[in-house]
Design a protein around this ligand. Structure first.
Ligand code: SF4
Length: 166
């Protein structure tokens, strides 16, 4: 079994936080594992939980459309995943403790993909991965160098669907 498959299997079996009790599927991630670009959101929503894939449903469609404008496609040249791999009930923000329990999977995914660029999708991911004080309204689109990566954050596609003035 490859290192990647071992990680995925471990994640699919995980019960390290209470989100395991209410999930339908673990949403590990999707895309090319050798991509230069990783896109990271906060956690699966209803459709993602049902289908076992991140960013499906209306927000995922918007994300795919945005990516296609710059010739990026989820199954070809980018990798998409979330901070937590199981859906928080009623789409609430993932708790700090849930993020802490799950972040190891993401760290391992990043280590295996070895991207050059990480784009955080939304406030929660930006706070967790770039800066706890991150202000998405003021800082979205700004690039920062962190370790081996260039990082930025954009509004979460769900937020864009809720407020088209963003
Ligand atoms: Fe495990 Fe992460 Fe799911 Fe919690 S959210 S049960 S830590 S895979």
């Amino acid at each position: 079994m490859t290192e990647w498959e071992a990680l995925r299997q471990e994640c699919l079996r995980c019960h390290a936080c209470t989100l395991a009790e209410t999930r339908t599927n673990v949403v590990f991630g999707v895309g090319n594992r050798n991509s230069k670009l990783m896109l990271i959101g906060e956690g699966p929503g209803e459709q993602e939980d049902l289908q076992g894939e991140p960013f499906v449903g209306p927000a995922g469609k918007l994300l795919d459309d945005m990516l296609s404008i710059i010739d990026l496609y989820r199954r070809e040249n980018c990798y998409i995943c979330n901070i937590v791999k199981c859906r928080p009930p009623r789409n609430r923000d993932p708790l700090e403790t849930e993020q802490d329990a799950c972040i190891g999977f993401l760290r391992n995914q990043v280590a295996l993909v070895r991207p050059q660029i990480i784009v955080c999708l939304g406030r929660i991911a930006a706070k967790r991965l770039i800066d706890p004080e991150y202000r998405i309204t003021r800082q979205h689109g700004q690039w920062v160098r962190k370790g081996d990566f260039w990082m930025t954050a954009i509004y979460h596609p769900s937020a864009l669907l809720r407020d088209v003035t963003k």
